[in-house]
Design a protein around this ligand. Structure first.
Ligand code: SAM
Length: 316
């Protein structure tokens, strides 16, 4: 058999509140709502397109400390502790139905780890699974149960929830779950069925498998390295196969989708797709893989942010 699932450079073209303004010389210039930031981007090996004055005008610059994620923000102007951002539209279908007139609303914040509470390039996945969920719920009257692992500030959880799914959100950080719940309130989704769980992703899924809990959709956004609340070690290359195997045991008889996104590792999308192929053996459906990319406004170049593989049922 020749292994060649479709490979896509997936963009997230619907953002209004986020823009990659320019990139180059190991840096990126981005707008998050009303503020503009400069962050390191080692892979930007080309020259900047915008004039120096535009870069100098940024509200804050992240100065890395040399360690992988450490460093500090050098503020050039006052930046609020947190500010609101939105992501409309979640999917044209949701808009048509008037379910999410305001789209997703969430809080952005500068953090010591250089991130700002949102990874804008994964919005392509929100659009994709929102559509799948929405059609399954509306056209097939199916109850869609989604598991979101390494859920961070909850945006994928809220996207799935707004589309009509029941969602279980798991993250090791109490603080991240608190932030996600604030985003739930801001998005007016407090009435939606969402279980917020602070736990180690692998331990949680293994427990769910023992209990016989089943999910129709699984979202995995694991970091390269992480720790569970009790110090459980997560190392993507070693831990991912075990986690996918545990997730397989939790799949319903007729699952809808699975998506795995991996950042900051020297992994090819092919390897993620092949791992997911093992996981989804016997379920039919189709796997697609590729890179999550952002197109800069200045010169239209693409910045690759992560690799992904995703599976969807052909029995929708
Ligand atoms: C959103 S993910 C990865 C973010 C981004 N994709 C990246 O790699 O930089 C990071 C989240 O995983 C959580 N996390 C790390 N280790 C974990 C573990 N063992 N179990 C559950 N969540 C974990 C962190 O608390 C954090 O919110």
């Amino acid at each position: 058999m020749t292994y060649s699932p479709p490979f896509t450079f997936l963009e997230s073209p619907h953002w209004e509140d986020y823009a990659l303004l320019d990139s180059g010389d190991g840096l990126k210039l981005e707008r998050f709502g009303k503020y503009v930031f400069v962050r390191p981007e080692a892979q930007a090996m080309w020259k900047r397109a915008l004039p120096e004055a535009k870069w100098k005008n940024a509200d804050a610059v992240f100065i890395p400390s040399g360690e992988e994620s450490g460093g500090h923000w050098d503020f050039k102007r006052r930046v609020e502790e947190r500010w609101e951002m939105k992501y409309p539209p979640l999917s044209p279908h949701l808009q048509e139905d008037g379910k999410m007139p305001g789209g997703l609303r969430f809080w952005a914040m500068t953090t010591p780890g250089r991130h700002l509470g949102v990874f804008p390039e994964v919005a392509a996945h929100w659009d994709w699974f929102s559509n799948l969920i929405h059609h399954a719920v509306r056209d097939k009257h199916k109850e869609v149960n989604v598991l979101n692992l390494f859920g961070y500030t909850g945006l994928a959880t809220l996207a799935a929830s707004a589309a009509g799914a029941k969602v279980t959100h798991v993250d090791a950080s109490k603080k991240a779950v608190g932030w996600a719940r604030d985003n739930q309130a801001l998005s007016n989704l407090t009435e939606r069925p969402i279980r917020w769980i602070v736990d180690d992703a692998l331990k949680f899924v293994q427990r769910e498998a023992r209990r016989g809990v089943k999910y129709d959709g699984v979202i995995l956004d694991p970091p390269k390295f992480g720790r569970g609340p009790k110090g459980e070690v997560w190392e993507v290359y070693k831990s991912l196969p075990t986690l996918l195997e545990a997730c397989r045991l939790c799949l319903s008889d007729n699952p809808l989708f699975v998506v795995t996104t991996i950042y900051a590792v020297r992994a090819s999308a092919i390897h993620v797709a092949q791992a997911m192929d093992d996981m989804m053996e016997g379920f039919g459906g189709k796997i697609e893989m590729g890179e999550l990319v952002t197109r800069e406004q200045s010169a239209g170049r693409l910045l690759s942010q992560a690799v992904y593989a995703r599976w969807e049922s052909d029995n929708r």
